[in-house]
Design a protein around this ligand. Structure first.
Ligand SMILES: Nc1ncnc2c1ncn2[C@@H]1O[C@H](COP(=O)(O)OP(=O)(O)OP(=O)(O)O)[C@@H](O)[C@H]1O
Ligand SMILES: [Mg+2]
Length: 261
């Protein structure tokens, strides 16, 4: 059997590979033959004008939507036709453009539900999924996670009483509680104060240090420059720029997509 060393090395560093993804709605191509690879342990921003396909892209990766054509390869496995409920089992976590938390229960209870799910699915680091762990252990983990974004003092607050920024942080930490390998955050910093935005970017960096891979949708160019190592710019479902933010954001096509016509 022939060995191809280049391919082997690539497989080790690529966590996500999209090949020729097209998704059409009523004849309009939301994603148009999209292909790209994401390296393990990296932070990538996805930007693009409204309706350029950013959320559709996340929905295709997380199986909320099936592509018309193309493949999604995650950790070397073809997950194109995986059932949506299995997505967290294989190590993909996400948040939504519109915040999804449980407003009628406390911050702690919101976290415990996520941690419990991670435990059952065997994703919770350090804990054996086959043992019922004491609520104390899970509470300690919840506190540890909430401390990372300075939300620990809100632990007994009803989630519905949190400010917008605090809800975003809670939603993000619920995703983090699943201990996924790849995180997709859809506009995590939308509408939050600069101070909260910094907490979110700091969290992303610390997740990366732990070996995680992050892809986030962003509208604020300053946040992209500060928080992302790479930016992929979409327009009408196609990539119009891809690379280091300071270079990619200056490309003529990007300026044209945002400010032209
Ligand atoms: N479920 C759906 N049914 C019909 N059309 C859809 C659906 N989801 C997305 N679209 C269409 O696909 C295109 C891309 O939408 P998408 O939500 O992916 O854009 P986006 O880049 O996330 O935009 P925004 O910045 O406004 O969030 C748009 O034309 C949108 O109207
Ligand atoms: Mg969107």
């Amino acid at each position: 059997m022939e060995m191809n060393l280049t391919t082997n090395t690539q497989q080790q560093t690529t966590i996500l590979h999209l090949i020729n993804i097209t998704r059409t709605f009523d004849g309009v191509k939301a994603l148009d033959s999209l292909s790209f690879e994401i390296s393990k342990q990296s932070i990538t921003a996805i930007i693009g004008p409204n309706g350029s396909g950013k959320t559709t892209l996340f929905n295709v990766i997380t199986k909320f939507l099936k592509p018309d054509t193309g493949k999604v390869i995650f950790k070397g496995k073809n997950i194109t036709y995986l059932a949506p409920y299995k997505i967290s089992n294989i190590g993909i976590g996400r948040t939504f453009q519109t915040i999804r938390i449980f407003p009628q229960i406390t911050v702690m209870e919101n976290m415990l539900l996520a941690l419990e799910k991670g435990r059952i699915e065997g994703l919770f680091y350090g804990l054996n999924p086959f043992i019922k762990h004491s609520s104390k252990e899970l509470e300690r983990k919840a506190e540890e996670l909430l401390s990372k974004v300075e939300l620990k003092d809100k632990i007994n607050e009803y989630a519905g009483n949190l400010s917008h920024g605090q809800r975003r942080l809670l939603e993000i930490m619920r995703a983090v509680a699943l201990n996924a390998d790849l995180y997709l955050f859809d506009e995590p910093t939308a509408g939050v104060f600069p101070e909260v935005r910094i907490r979110i970017l700091t969290l992303f960096k610390s997740l990366k240090e732990e070996g995680k891979t992050i892809i986030f949708v962003e509208h604020n160019m300053e946040t992209v420059r500060e928080g992302a190592e790479r930016v992929i710019v979409l327009d009408k479902g196609k990539i119009i720029a891809d690379g280091e933010p300071k270079i990619a954001l200056e490309s003529e096509k990007v300026i044209e997509a945002y400010f032209g016509g």
